[in-house]
Design a protein around this ligand. Sequence first.
Ligand code: FAD
Ligand code: SF4
Length: 302
Amino acid sequence: MVPWLPGVLEMVLGNYKTCVSARSTDKEILKGAQDGGIVTQMFAFALEEGIIDGAIVAGSGDTPWKPEPMIATNRDELLAAMGTKYNICPNVSMIKEATRSYGLDKVGIVGTPCQMLAVRKGQLYPVGLRDVPDKIALALGIFCMENFPYQSLEMLVEDHCNVKMESAAKMDIGKGKFSVYTERGAVSQIPLKVTHKYEQPGCHVCLDYVANLADVSTGSVGSPDGWSTVFVRTKIGDDVWSRAADAGCFEVKPIEDVKPGLELVTKLATDKITKNQKTLEARATFGLRADGSPRGLRNPYL
Ligand code: FAD
Ligand code: SF4
């Protein structure tokens, strides 16, 4: 195979060394995390061990559910940023500040697949990010089918789910539904067919579901509730994951032992590529680029 032309399955799930189902063994993390607390647990371990000296995460910001990138340099700050915010949080924009203003030499960063692509491009072609290539110490990717502009999220939560943004304690997409949980324990759900028209249009040309370019990527799909599917992809990712698992940070099961397992991850990743490839082909007919991320760019840190 020509190295810069990934094979079909590699394109769907990316290169990985291992894939497991896992969850944090830390009860405090599990309680506030979106799924199995993989991201927060990995950063907490990496901070403790000096593998990173800070992590760029999606902080709460001033407006409910409108995240702002922040640099967490301790466990409390990591825990305060747990959970999924279904709108754009420009974490990549903090990289320069992390190295320059905060003086971090070993930066952790979490992001969606498109953000992992931006991180790798920044490392490979550091035109505007001259300090960065050697300072990204751990890049954690989160699966992503689509994202929403803030106004759209507000309409989904307030108008369709009848929950005030400030009363929402958790939001989740899964099993064909968008769900909003309130502080008082109520849940309001709408079918995903309602949410589609609110999606960020840029997401419709995105071909990466499982953050192919991350060191480790994770999402809920494929694993039972409260657990996460984890792809360990690069040498760095493998080193940090193995050390954290050996230190007892995670309960781990072979992905083959859980339902629905990799079959569903592969199906959803394939569905995303197939659907968005059509948008790309349509764009090509009016002269726009027809290649979507991350084809053509292999993870350089395998
Ligand atoms: P936690 O330990 O709770 O940590 C989550 C980390 O992600 C925190 O550091 C937080 O600050 C950061 N974060 C939260 N929101 C954002 C954001 N918008 N941008 C960047 N960083 C953020 N998983 C699936 O399995 N299938 C999907 O289709 C899917 N779609 C997603 C769409 C979006 C827009 C996002 C943001 C996430 C999506 N996920 C999806 C991932 C999933 O919701 C969880 O984020 C993931 O499983 C990690 O869970 P955890 O318990 O390990 O993370
Ligand atoms: Fe980024 Fe793609 Fe997710 Fe949209 S669907 S937020 S472009 S990774």
